[in-house]
Ligand binder design. Sequence first.
Ligand code: FDA
Length: 307
Amino acid sequence: MIWLNNLIALILPLVPKSLVKLFAKQYIAGETLEQALEKTAQLNRDGLGVTLDLLGEDPGDISACTRALGVYEKAIEAIHAKGLTAGISLKPSHMGLKLDKAFCLANIRHLVEAAAQYHIFVRIDMEDASLCQDTMDLFLALHEQFSNVGLVIQAYLRRSIEDINRLLDLRANIRLCKGAYYWEGRPVAYKDPDIIIESYIYLLEKLLSKGCFVGIATHDEKLVFQSLALIDRLGLSKDAYEFQMLFGVEEELRQILIESGHPIRVYLPFGEEWFAYSLRRFRENPKMVGYILSNMGNFLKNMVKKF
Ligand code: FDA
């Protein structure tokens, strides 16, 4: 649906940020760590694990990375102190990958080490394809030293088969997703949704059959079905995988999976930098464009009335 993505890209900059925020709220725990911890406790009570993600990418200066590092340190301490079932997820660009690779590696190593003492898991998110190799290298360096660190593989990338082949023998802990950076070009990414689904299942089968723990990150019911069929065919126990879903998305499907006894983890973003993340979620939810446009109409009518 490239036309839809283009339409959204065109109109969203025109929409007042306060209106965007109204819709963004459904995907985000809040702007503070405290709100995120409260929501985590609530999700834990409902039987769900959580991955906390501090929003923000590509901050542009070292001090912003250091501030983000500080919030993650507090999150790790709080997860431990409150006895929450939660890990953290971080974006390498947020930790300074585009500024200085060694600085970024030191930041992530520091967090993985801090989390390791409490057996808390750290997931390294995958961003756009230009950062894929550096992210892979970061992960490989950390995995040599720590077992509480995992990576994300995107099924839409053509390189993912080779990447997975490198990770199988390491028994790496992988979150498998379709991939969210819709603008990737055809030379690096599959553009056909059916091929992305086939790629996902191919990669999932390789990972699960070689004993890698997989976070099956999707809300696509076709993929959920195919994953369940694969889990059944391979005779896997419930500690070999978990389903992962984004906060605020497909809660009905999430509930169905919980009631069937499957382990589920919710990806729970928080923080002030909610704009870029929310735009990616809007693009994946065509209905949202309609809501935003009709609300923008009302918003403009009210503005006109005021004058
Ligand atoms: P798809 O987009 O086809 O959605 C399937 C169905 O789910 C839709 O038809 C709709 O019903 C529902 N749905 C999906 N998104 C919705 C929304 N925003 N609002 C309402 N309904 C919605 N990507 C990445 O590049 N790097 C990463 O590190 C991660 N990390 C990550 C963690 C977790 C836990 C998840 C679940 C996803 C990611 N992603 C990601 C995002 C992922 O790549 C992908 O963009 C989204 O999950 C959407 O893909 P689906 O597999 O859900 O299919």
